[in-house]
Design a protein around this ligand. Structure first.
Ligand code: FAD
Length: 404
């Protein structure tokens, strides 16, 4: 299953990643994680750091799935605004869920900062702007709810936005406590750290079939078998691999460009992460080497475009959006990398995380949604609690019941 097409920027920042051997023969562990992307490695890292005997297998290379197509924005505010989520699951649960997302961003930053390598992690604020005047009232409602629950947000009117950025928008919410990361560098460096703490990793090792039940599953990989007590599906945007009847994913595709480095990004207030109320929305950030990364133009098709001309057409549209926002840089703005990636969402905007009620011992770690990385981090906590047999206090585990 192809998850992306084009020239990806992040893998170019780390061409020589460590390789892990394919499994040959038999192995046994307490927890087997299928999938070595952001989710699988975050889960494996946390399990290994807690002394749990775990194995991660990937049918390809670590971080070569959607995690390398990720734009690396770490934001607690969801594609489903808090006002909307409150209508769906009640204000108390929705606020608890948002708080957990905010804590997850903080934990991700701390984890990344503690790694021996620089994985491009930076604390950032976000500017969530009204795309059109008609969106201002619903944005204001969102601001008031976030403010009432002490999320520490600010309301900026058009004049304030224009003072801090080269563009004017009708209004915006500024959120603090977000971040950005180089997702490919992060996953590969985290895998190294996890391996140093006992996580066993096998690349080029597919899960072909599973037999048995909770307490003793046997997974067949073609060149070997693995016996495990707990089986965790961190298979990204190929939900069929998890074989779970609750997961009704909406699989779409999204486009991204990374520009050539700019001489200066002066005038971009605090290098804020930018996104907007339009759906699909544009999402924009900077990189440590002064590039701009812009994503968006989502289309309701699972398979990425597979030709350079189709991709180029979308890239030109993204570049035109950037030039509209930053007219002073019109001449310098040029596409250096462009790609299209499959993207997974759910109808209610919540991910699928936790133990399958119909198949005890099997867990979904499917962080579908715009801030999938944040969900991956939450997944790792839920999985740790489950493997340790702890009840856990996760608001996310309550809000995102697998069988909803
Ligand atoms: C264009 C784009 C931009 C994005 N931007 C952001 C962003 O700014 N912020 C954010 O938080 N999120 C973002 N996301 C979402 C983010 O990329 C995902 O949440 C994240 O990549 C999911 O990681 P994963 O580990 O679940 O999936 P993946 O990285 O796809 O990893 C799954 C792995 O499972 C393996 N696998 C599958 N089946 C098997 C099997 N049977 N046996 C063995 N291995 C198997 C695959 O080989 C793959 O390596 C973006 C996504 C896209 C596409």
């Amino acid at each position: 299953m192809t998850l992306h097409y084009g020239s990806l920027y992040w893998p170019a920042t780390r061409p020589n990643t460590p390789a892990y051997p394919a499994l040959e023969g038999s192995a046994a562990c307490k927890a087997l994680i299928v999938g070595g992307g952001m989710t699988g490695i975050l889960c494996g890292h946390l399990l290994a750091r807690n002394g749990i005997d775990a194995i991660v297998i990937d049918r390809g290379k670590i971080a070569s799935g959607s995690s390398s197509a990720n734009t690396g924005l770490l934001q607690y505010a969801n594609d489903t605004p808090l006002t909307e989520l409150s209508r769906q699951i009640g204000e108390r649960e929705a606020v608890a869920f948002y708080r957990e997302c905010k804590q997850a961003v903080e934990r991700l930053c701390l984890t990344a900062e503690a790694l021996p390598r620089d994985v491009g992690v930076k604390r950032r604020s976000s500017l969530y702007f009204a795309s059109v005047e008609a969106d201002v009232q619903k944005l204001r409602d969102e601001y008031e709810l976030l403010d009432r629950h002490d999320f520490g947000v600010e309301w900026w009117d058009g004049n304030r936005i224009e003072r801090e950025f080269p563009f004017r928008k009708p209004a915006a919410i500024v959120t603090h406590g977000d971040g950005e990361i180089n997702p490919y560098f992060f996953v590969t460096a985290l895998a190294e750290d996890a391996a140093a703490h006992g996580l066993v990793i096998h690349e080029h090792t597919p899960m072909l079939s599973v037999a048995g039940e909770k307490g003793k599953f046997v997974v067949e990989t073609g060149s070997g078998t693995i016996e495990t007590e707990h089986l965790i599906y961190a298979v990204g945007y190929t939900p069929e691999e998890a074989g779970n009847e609750w997961v009704k994913a909406k699989l779409t595709r999204s486009y991204v460009i990374a520009t050539e480095p700019l001489p200066s990004l002066a005038g971009w207030h605090g290098r804020y992460l930018l996104w907007e109320t339009a759906r699909p929305y544009l999402y924009i950030r900077t990189t440590p080497d002064n590039r701009i990364i812009a994503g968006g133009l989502d289309e309701p098709i699972r398979r990425p475009v597979m030709t350079k001309s189709e991709l180029g057409q979308r890239s030109r549209r993204l570049l035109a959006e950037l030039k509209r926002l930053f007219p002073g840089w019109e001449k310098e703005l040029a596409v250096a990398y462009e790609w299209c990636g499959t993207f997974g969402e759910s109808e209610d905007g919540l991910p699928w995380l936790g133990e399958d009620p119909l198949r005890p011992g099997r867990y979904c770690a499917l962080g579908y949604g715009g801030n999938g990385t944040v969900y991956s981090a939450i997944a790792s906590r839920i999985i740790l609690d489950s493997v340790l047999g702890r009840k856990g206090g996760s608001a996310a585990a309550r809000a995102v019941r697998l069988d909803r």
